[in-house]
Write a protein that binds this ligand. Structure first.
Ligand code: NAD
Length: 376
């Protein structure tokens, strides 16, 4: 069994939706255009859309397309435009080619396809789904010009707790252990950020018997962390005591060169945040010896000989480095079930044009939640 087969067979919710779509064919005679990471879990989603009768035309996101995913989809009749690329111009060409197919519905990730549709809008577009917060931020000011249903998957409460809270916590912990082969028992772990992701990370390390403290700039969430049982020391004190520092804030330079004097010898620093800017790796390297390793650990030797180890170059630890697996299949199964049901609702015309840049409809949340519990 290939990894893609394993993932598809683990997506039980998508499998039941696929069986239903074989009968109901909600996307018959419709083209769905997608620009989303092409990896095993999205392969499972795109194949389910095809089972629903969609002519799927897809391309990946910049720098994340997996060749096996492209090959697997191609062998099953899904049109994949382009392949892995780190060249923004080439990627731009792939996205434009997807739009040349005049998709009736767009499944977007980060607003890539939508931004280009706006340059040359065609009227037959029925609506779209958007997977991410950054895509929502791009679309919200444009509601007037859009006048079409646009459902934002990340704004489902299910997505927030199933993926950001539970799955990110597990996969950041799993990545720390996989990359370092170090234990967590008794270690002082400091988590920066106590949003949905930070809560999950703090809880996962605590469950793995670490001594976890939380640094959070929002006093309300700091109180929450405190009531949840975590130490909430001042940031400098937390850094100085930490064996492991994890940032999950979305903010830049949370750990910077100015913190070098505080770092404990042997500290391991990693991020679960989306952008590779939470740890200022370049700043920490400056003026110091850096010993790069090929397996995701870089050691920076500070002036007095103390060593700081940075994981995966300061990129999202669960999606970079050796054998990155990302979040659990189950969490993506739930998230992609929301996608499939939202696309079905748009295809059926049951979402009003006024539902433009809005969260997943409550009825969809309820149906997906009930279906997952029924399978558990
Ligand atoms: N690794 C993954 O698979 C994955 C999945 C989903 C989201 N993310 C990313 O994780 C990050 C956090 O997501 P979230 O949903 O928890 O966001 P969030 O906005 O809910 O929480 C971030 C928290 O960090 C706090 N914060 C900001 N700057 C800080 C600082 N300097 N020190 C301490 N606290 C600070 C904020 O007050 C906020 O409470 C984002 O970058 C998001 O894109 C990663």
């Amino acid at each position: 069994m290939s990894r893609i087969d394993w993932v598809i067979s683990s997506c039980r919710l998508l499998a039941t939706i696929g069986d239903e779509f074989d009968r109901t064919r909600p996307f018959a005679n419709l083209t769905i255009g997608t620009g989303i990471h092409l990896e095993p879990k999205t392969v499972a989603l795109l194949l389910v859309l095809a089972r629903g009768g969609a002519d799927v035309v897809s391309t990946g996101n910049l720098n994340s397309t997996q060749p096996e995913a492209v090959e697997y989809l191609g062998a099953r009749g899904i049109r994949v435009i382009g392949g892995p690329t780190t060249d923004p111009d080439e990627h731009d060409g792939f996205l434009r080619e997807v739009l040349e197919a005049r998709p009736d519905i767009i499944l977007d990730n980060g607003g890539d396809l939508f931004a280009r549709w706006l340059e040359n809008p065609y009227p037959s577009l029925r609506g779209r789904t958007e997977e991410t917060t950054s895509g929502r931020a791009l679309l919200a000011p444009l509601r007037e010009r859009l006048a079409r249903p646009i459902l934002v998957i990340i704004d489902s409460p299910i997505k927030q707790f199933a993926e950001n809270e539970h799955a990110v916590g597990q996969s950041v912990l799993e990545s720390f252990i996989r990359i370092t082969n170090r234990s967590t028992n008794g270690k002082h772990v400091t988590v920066f950020g106590y949003g949905a992701c930070g809560r999950g990370v703090a809880r996962s390390f605590a469950a793995a018997r670490a001594r976890v403290s939380v640094v959070e700039v929002d006093p309300v969430l700091r109180l929450k962390a405190c009531l949840d049982g975590f130490a909430v020391p001042d940031r400098d004190e937390a850094i100085a005591a930490a064996d492991v520092i994890v940032t999950v804030t979305g903010a830049p330079k949370v750990i910077s060169a100015a913190d070098a004097s505080l770092l404990r010898d042997g500290v391991i620093v990693l991020t679960g945040g989306h952008l590779p800017w939470e740890i200022d790796v370049a700043g920490l390297r400056e003026g110091h010896d850096a010993i790069a390793a090929t397996d995701g650990i870089e050691t920076i030797v500070l002036a007095d000989g103390r060593r700081a180890h940075v994981l995966t170059g300061g990129h999202m630890v669960n999606l970079a480095g050796p054998r990155p697996l990302g979040n659990s299949v189950e969490s993506m199964d739930i998230g992609f079930a929301l996608q499939a049901r939202c696309l079905e609702a748009i295809a059926a015309g049951s979402v009003a044009p006024e539902a433009c840049v809005v969260p997943v409809p409550r009825a969809v949340d309820e149906a997906v939640a009930a279906a997952f519990v029924a399978l558990s």
